[in-house]
Ligand binder design. Structure first.
Ligand SMILES: [Fe+2]
Ligand SMILES: [Fe+2]
Length: 170
């Protein structure tokens, strides 16, 4: 049985993951308005990944005989400036999520909930990847400094991303 403190924090995390999906879906729509279909594809897959994160927490709460309480999802911005500014926002958001996951680990340790701590280690590793992939794209964008041909190539590359559910990987 989950203790109330961690159950509440896990429910808040489900909301944050769903907000993340909503945010990246909005970024996908915005990329379409910029005429960058590859970036739109990358963001849409990013949104799917966030849904899989939400589902992992959702299933875990039930596995521990806890109660899932879905809360309203905040509205997201609909404008993100340049592609570079948008990916800066992605990194910033992932850093915020990493801090939130770390806080969950702190709670699990504080209440001696070893099962939650073990489950959360998956997310600790996942966040390293999330921040690294956003940083790698920012590095590429810095290299091309907003120039047309470079942006075209990056967009093309981002268009090749396909969805594999990260929670189902070995
Ligand atoms: Fe996530
Ligand atoms: Fe994420």
């Amino acid at each position: 049985m989950l203790k109330e403190k961690i159950e509440k924090a896990l429910n808040e995390q489900i909301n944050k993951e769903l907000y993340s999906a909503y945010l990246y879906l909005s970024m996908s729509a915005y990329a379409e308005t910029l005429g960058m279909p590859g970036t739109a594809n990358w963001m849409k897959i990013q949104a799917q990944e966030e849904l899989s994160h939400a589902n992992k927490f959702f299933d875990y709460v039930h596995e521990r005989d806890g109660k899932v309480t879905l809360m309203p999802i905040d509205a997201v911005p609909n404008e993100f400036g340049s592609v570079k500014q948008m990916f800066d926002k992605v990194l910033e958001h992932e850093q915020y999520i990493t801090a939130s996951i770390n806080n969950l680990v702190d709670i699990a340790i504080e209440i001696n909930d070893h099962a939650s701590r073990s489950m959360l280690m998956w997310f600790v590793d996942e966040q390293v990847e999330e921040e690294a992939s956003a940083q790698a794209i920012i590095d590429q964008l810095n290299m091309v400094e907003g120039k047309g041909h470079g942006l075209f190539m990056i967009d093309k590359e981002l268009g090749s991303r396909t969805f594999t559910d990260p929670t189902q990987e070995a």
